[in-house]
Structures are given as C-alpha cells and as structure tokens.
Design a protein around this ligand. Structure first.
Ligand SMILES: [Zn+2]
Length: 366
C-alpha cells in the first residue's frame, strides 16, 4: 500500500540504522512512532452520511480511521469522539428558518434538489455531528497546535440553504463558536478543495472592511501557459479571512468572492499548484494575522478525481499538506483540518490522500 511507504514505521524495516532483529525492531520503532503522535484526531462512526449509492463515498471516514490504525500511523487512544453541535451553535451561522426546515423535514423539493444528497432526519444528525467535530478540532488545536477531524469541510453550505452535498457549514460554525467563547478573535480559512468555497465566502463576506490589490505571482515560478489564465483577487478581511484555491471551470458556477480566490486552469499540475498555494498563503498572511487557521484539505484536486479537473498527484497533494503545516508551525498559528471532497475513481486513492494529511501533520509537528 502506498501509504505505508511514507510512514516512519515502514522505514524501520531498514536494518542499516537499527541493530535489533527485524520483528523486535519493527515493534520497538512502531512503539516510538506511536508515542510520538503529537496531536489528536477527531472521529466518530456516526460521521457516516446515510445517502445510499452516491458519488460521495460516505464510507471514506471509517476507511481512513481503519487505515490509520492498521498501518500503525495512529492508535485508538489518538482519537477523540465528538458530540453533536447544539442548535445554538448551528444558529451562530445558519438562519432560523433554514434550521427549522431541517429539524422538521420541511425543505421544499427545490431545496432538497440543491442539496444533491437525499434528505433524511438521520442526515441532519450526521451534519450536526460534523459541526460538533469541527468545534472540537478547533478547540483542541489551540493547545496542541494542530488537530484533524476525519470529516467535515462542508464548504458549500450557506446561512439559508445547503447545496453541493453540504447541509451545514461545520467550519463556519466552529469559528463562530470559538469567537463567541472568546477563544479566538480572528480566523483564516484555507480551502484547497477543487471546488470553490462559495458558502465560506458568502458567510464571511460581511466581515470585510476594505479592498486592496494582491501582489501577482511571478510568472518565472510557473510553467508556461498557466500564469495568464490564473487570477487572484483580494480584499482585506475583518474577523475572518477566506482563501480558496480551486478549478475555475467547475462547480459552483457563481463564485462569490473570497478574500483571496485562485482560479486555477484545467489540468493544473503539482508544481504550478504549489507555487500558487505558496503565494496565496504568503499574501494572506501579509495582510492578516489569524488566531486560528482552518485548513480544508479536499482530496479532489487529484488527477483521478471524478468531479475534479486538476492534475495533482498523490505525492503533490502530500506536499500541499506539508506546505500548509510548515507555514502554520513556523508562524505558530494553530491549525484545524477538515476533509471536504474526494471522489477518486478508486476510493483507496481518496483514503490514501486523506491519510497522508495525517502523516504530513505528524512529520511537521513531531
Ligand atoms: Zn470538492
């Protein structure tokens, strides 16, 4: 399995740096890796979305957890079980009318269609839990520097409606809850899902105070053909600064402006993507000092994704994660991670990409 080749536990099979017999060497080294696991993972079996046969692989959450454990990347004690968000938490972001419709099962047929997942009371519970998981991850990262929720990232949910498989904006709920509790004042969202974070942009649009142009990326750092097609636009934010890197020619059709949007061309490869990511983070952090970084680590920029048109490799996506974590660590910004989309033709690739996010964090924060 590809994921195993990237773990330090697998490296320990190399006898060149270890005198112990192989079985003992593996055991001892695995113990040291497990003891070193430097942060918590938030997960519940109830993250599963009861949506039946669907392009969204709802079973990916459990598969990620199982892979992390079977590959000895994490163990059961590294996981925290979240509680559902309260209705009060949800109402910090979402309109009372919308929440009422969800709780009473009275969405209109059009609203159900926009959601693009079949409505059920069980699905409502799963989204309340995802929001609770993001609140827990946001709180936990303030003390541990990083925390990953093996779920969440439902960035297409708006205050008054859901769309694109997203009913409740769990990340926005977490930010508003921590602000309400005076745990943080400011936050930055960094959305690396292949689809633009339209819900995030809409929810936090009201916190902007003024607009300024962004410095452009040097075309010398990019291969030919992409610089002219890629654009960035920027605004100063107030309490929450939003960054989205996404494929321009993809859902959503209308993209409300984030603080920084990077509209990537079709087929964008690792090198160009990482250069734009580096530039977007640097530009954002020149303008804004967040108390919390919310990294939305979608797996769908992957070249084998069914709903994406970028061309990142599994290795490139791990470098993406490493870049984000290195910046957060260097600047001492707590980072909470959610997983958003991932629709690879082979679900095992999606699981590998998401597991690699955990490994990248482990390597950077060890
Ligand atoms: Zn997506």
């Amino acid at each position: 399995m590809r994921v195993q080749t990237q773990t330090r536990s697998f490296d320990c099979a190399d006898s060149s740096h270890c005198e112990l017999p192989t079985p003992l060497r593996m055991t001892k080294c695995l113990e040291s890796v497990q003891n070193m696991f430097p942060f918590k993972l938030v997960y519940s079996d109830a993250y599963y979305l009861p949506i039946g046969e669907h392009v969204f692989p709802a079973e990916k959450y459990r598969r990620i957890r199982d892979r992390l454990i079977s590959s000895h990347i994490a163990e059961a004690t590294d996981f925290l079980e979240p509680e559902p968000a309260t209705d009060q938490d949800i109402l910090l972001v979402h309109k009372p009318e919308y929440v009422h419709k969800l709780k009473t099962g009275t969405l209109s047929p059009r609203e159900q269609m926009e959601l693009e997942v079949p409505f059920s009371p069980e699905l409502v519970k799963a989204f309340w839990l995802a929001a609770g998981g993001s609140i827990m991850a946001a709180r936990q990262c303030l003390s541990d520097k990083v925390c990953i929720s093996i779920g969440g990232g439902f960035h297409h949910a708006f205050p008054d409606h859901g769309e694109g498989f997203c009913m409740i904006h769990d990340v926005a709920v977490a930010i508003r809850r921590l602000q309400r509790d005076d745990k943080i004042r400011t936050a930055m969202t960094l959305d690396c899902d292949v689809h633009q974070g339209n819900g995030t942009a809409a929810i936090f649009a009201g916190t902007r105070t003024e607009s300024v142009p962004l410095p452009s990326v040097s075309s010398s750092t990019l291969s030919t053909g992409t610089a002219t097609k890629t654009k960035m636009r920027g605004t100063h934010a107030g309490e929450v600064f939003t960054i989205s890197l996404h494929q321009h020619n993809n859902y959503p059709l209308y993209k409300p402006p984030s603080s920084i949007d990077v509209d990537l061309p079709d087929g964008c490869h690792d090198g160009d993507y990482l250069a734009w990511l580096d530039n977007a983070i640097s530009s954002g952090l020149r303008q804004f000092e967040p108390d919390l970084l919310c990294y939305i680590a979608g797996a769908d920029p992957y070249r084998e994704d069914q709903l994406g048109g970028l061309a990142l490799t599994i290795e490139g996506l791990k470098k993406r994660d490493e870049l984000v974590f290195r910046v957060a660590r260097a600047r001492d910004i707590p980072v909470m991670v959610t997983y958003a989309g991932g629709y690879a033709r082979n679900i095992e690739d999606t699981v590998t990409i998401h597991c690699n996010t955990v490994i990248a964090a482990q390597e950077v924060f060890a």
